[in-house]
Design a protein around this ligand. Structure first.
Ligand code: NAD
Length: 367
């Protein structure tokens, strides 16, 4: 296969004791940023992505082009392809897996529930099945989500808060991932670190997310929907800038304990950890819109509508004390400066006219 040739012949410079990381979802938003950051600091990176069309795949191809300019190769394949995953681990002695591939989006789960089960549950299990049998086992850092807090009413959200009331099937599959990780850690000694991301935004972001399609609609003069809760409170999100999240992912990889298991046999306790990676300051969606209006120098046509029961939660708010304590995670980008960078990228990518014709099919407030 093309990837095999590429990988076997690559003379990727590595840091002393550098990692060799399999990044799943590498053509995705967070995966592409993390791949670049790992490569820049000298780690070996190989990507995996199925380039599905949940949102415009041309954006995934553009990210792939960017990565290939930095000699990062993405194998085109699915998490559910066991023989492919086994082959990848045969060819490359991965020290770590950064598992970001998933079916994202809260609302789309009502249209296509099976795609969540397939990628987020079956695909995750398939990856763990392959990883457990590799000797030595790679340490795995994977994407969970703030959505696991569901109808939690503690504020801010801490890792030990209730997560037994998911508000969407997406959230339920992310929560299931955490339970599945527990069993693979318990039985096979796999080292597993889950990261609960809070509404991540920035350049090369996801077109199905509010900040992205608000920007597009404001530039095109189209009306935008702003949600409020059923008791008329503003919907707020703990928007987290991509560079902060990337630092968190790398910090989690750096502190991931080596597995103690090998060849599928349990040898002793390895770590199972879960961390919030948020910004610690929720912003009402109305404020998001006024920042965008300022940056785009255009007034938005706003429709305020009451939040339907479609899986969105009223607010998210991260407590990140644990991630700070364990790997120094400290978000440093406020929403206005992060959005400035996003808008700058957006305009250079699509042009100020933003006449890109590929209409986004699915819209989401958060994940
Ligand atoms: P993304 O959709 O841009 O990236 C995911 C990538 O995974 C896509 O490129 C997709 O093609 C790929 N993929 C999906 N299913 C696959 C499969 N079965 N096999 C191979 N590849 C597959 O999303 P993102 O925003 O970069 O999210 C990355 C991870 O973080 C996801 O697990 C997501 O659930 C989680 N997350 C994201 C946010 C956020 O705000 N962006 C918040 C919480 C959690």
């Amino acid at each position: 296969a093309a990837w095999e040739k590429q990988v076997r012949h690559s003379s990727t410079p590595r840091r002393v004791n550098g990692f060799s990381v399999l990044v799943t979802g590498a053509a995705g938003f967070i995966g592409s940023h993390c791949s670049l950051a790992l490569k820049k600091r000298g780690d070996g990176v190989l990507g995996l992505d199925n380039f599905n069309d949940y949102y415009d795949p041309s954006l995934k191809r553009a990210r792939q082009n960017l990565l290939s300019k930095h000699q990062i190769f993405i194998v085109e394949g699915d998490l559910n392809d066991g023989p492919l995953l086994t082959k990848l681990f045969d060819v490359v002695p991965f020290t770590h897996v950064l598992h970001l591939a998933a079916q994202a989006g809260v609302r789309y789960a009502m249209q296509n529930p099976q795609s969540y089960v397939k990628s987020n549950i079956a695909g995750f299990v398939n990856l763990l099945e392959v990883a457990k049998a590799v000797n030595p086992q790679p340490a795995i850092v994977w994407a969970s989500s703030s959505s696991v807090y569901g109808l939690n009413t503690e504020n801010p959200f801490s890792e030990h808060d209730r997560t037994d009331r998911p508000a969407s099937l997406y959230a339920a599959t992310k929560k299931a991932g955490e339970e599945i990780a527990h069993t693979y850690n318990h039985i096979y000694g796999l080292s597993l670190t889950g990261l609960r991301f809070f509404t991540v935004y920035g350049p090369w972001g996801r077109p199905d997310m509010a900040y992205f399609f608000f920007t597009k609609d404001i530039l095109q003069g189209k009306p935008i929907d702003i949600y409020r809760t059923q008791d008329h409170k503003a919907v707020a999100r703990d928007f987290t800038y991509i560079d902060d999240v990337v630092k968190g992912c790398l910090g989690a990889l750096d502190t991931a304990e080596k597995s103690t298991g090998s060849g599928g046999k349990k040898k002793g306790p390895a770590q199972l950890r879960v961390y919030n990676l948020g910004n610690t300051s929720p912003v009402p969606v109305g404020r998001l819109v006024s920042i965008l209006e300022g940056l785009l120098n255009t007034k938005a046509k706003k429709h305020v509508i009451t939040l339907p029961r479609n899986g969105d939660v009223p607010y998210t708010h991260a407590n990140v004390t644990l991630a700070y304590k364990d790997f120094g995670y400290k978000p440093t980008t406020d929403l206005a400066s992060g959005l400035r960078k996003f808008v700058k990228w957006y305009v250079s990518y699509f042009g100020i006219e933003s006449k890109h014709s590929n209409e986004t099919q699915h819209f989401d407030e958060s994940s």
